[in-house]
Design a protein around this ligand. Structure first.
Ligand SMILES: Cc1cc2nc3c(=O)[nH]c(=O)nc-3n(C[C@H](O)[C@H](O)[C@H](O)COP(=O)(O)O)c2cc1C
Length: 262
């Protein structure tokens, strides 16, 4: 699939950048092709089978991700059993039902039952014990606890880096993917731990479903480079007040996902 690569930066490069030789764009363009191709799908063609080699290629990309202190605190469980997929989908659907009953409407329109028919499925596991690899005081003081909490965030960021690499690798192979977070969903996490035999020392953070999308692929709005970048000092034009964020959230809740945060 060929997708046009992003237009040149609207504001050009940094005003302070020196005019250097034109870099070899070929690798960048190939990377951007994949970045632009990656898109979340939430329903897949169940007839398109995923091969072991697809998993191997995706995991080979995941393992190369950067991680805090090179801890590589990730594990991926490949789900091949239809019964396991069914049980996972059921768990996600239950969680969503319970959240809806508790008045947490977010994501209410998403059909997590579709995980059952996703031909590719992996469970992402984090080892937060590796936060011990980071410098800390190890004396239980409040400062030590703050160091520790920070190290755990770095572990989570690291797992996200590997997960992103996996999603991009899937995109490069022509698949669409679905990142499903189970963070903070204690019941679901506990049920998945039991189902998949994951030791209590580890934490299931996310699922990655992938395959060929059933139906048209949605391209979601993305901020422009100017929207996210400042040069030398924070550009207050990019700062959103709480009122602006509230207004944007109201739009999102009305389903206006294409609305820009302005
Ligand atoms: C950390 C993270 C958690 C996400 N969790 C969920 C999720 O629980 N359920 C879901 O349907 N999508 C989830 N997504 C997918 C996002 O909704 C999606 O990436 C976003 O809407 C942008 O669309 P795009 O991926 O097509 O660019 C998650 C994505 C990320 C990066």
């Amino acid at each position: 699939m060929n997708i046009a690569v992003a237009a040149p930066l609207p504001h050009g490069p940094s005003p302070h950048a020196s005019a250097g030789p034109t870099p070899d764009r070929a690798a960048y363009d190939a990377l951007m092709q994949v970045m632009a191709q990656r898109s979340t799908a939430r329903r897949f063609d169940p007839l398109h089978k995923i091969h072991d080699e697809d998993y191997r290629l995706i995991l080979d990309a995941a393992r190369l991700a950067p991680s805090g202190a090179n801890t590589q605190p990730w594990q991926f469980i490949v789900i091949t059993s239809g019964r396991m997929r069914e049980a996972i989908a059921e768990q996600l659907t239950n969680e969503q039902r319970q959240r809806a009953a508790a008045g947490q409407g977010g994501g209410g329109t998403i059909d997590y039952g579709a995980v059952e028919t996703a031909p590719g499925l992996m469970v992402v596991v984090a080892d937060f014990r590796l936060s011990w690899a980071f410098p800390g005081l190890m004396n239980g003081t409040e400062l030590d606890q703050r160091y520790h909490a920070n190290a755990e965030r770095v572990i989570l960021q690291s797992v996200a880096a590997a997960t992103t690499a996996a999603h991009l690798a899937a995109a490069s192979l022509g698949f669409q993917s679905w990142w499903i977070s189970v963070l903070g969903q204690e019941e679901t996490q506990a049920a998945l731990h039991k189902l998949l035999g994951v030791p209590a020392d580890l934490t299931i953070t996310d699922l990655m479903a992938f395959g060929r999308a059933a139906g048209p692929v949605t391209r979601r709005w993305k901020k422009s480079v100017a929207d996210i970048a400042s040069w030398d000092q924070f550009d207050m034009a990019n700062f959103r007040s709480v009122a602006q964020i509230d207004a944007w959230m109201a739009d999102v809740r009305r389903g206006t996902f294409s609305k820009k945060l302005k």
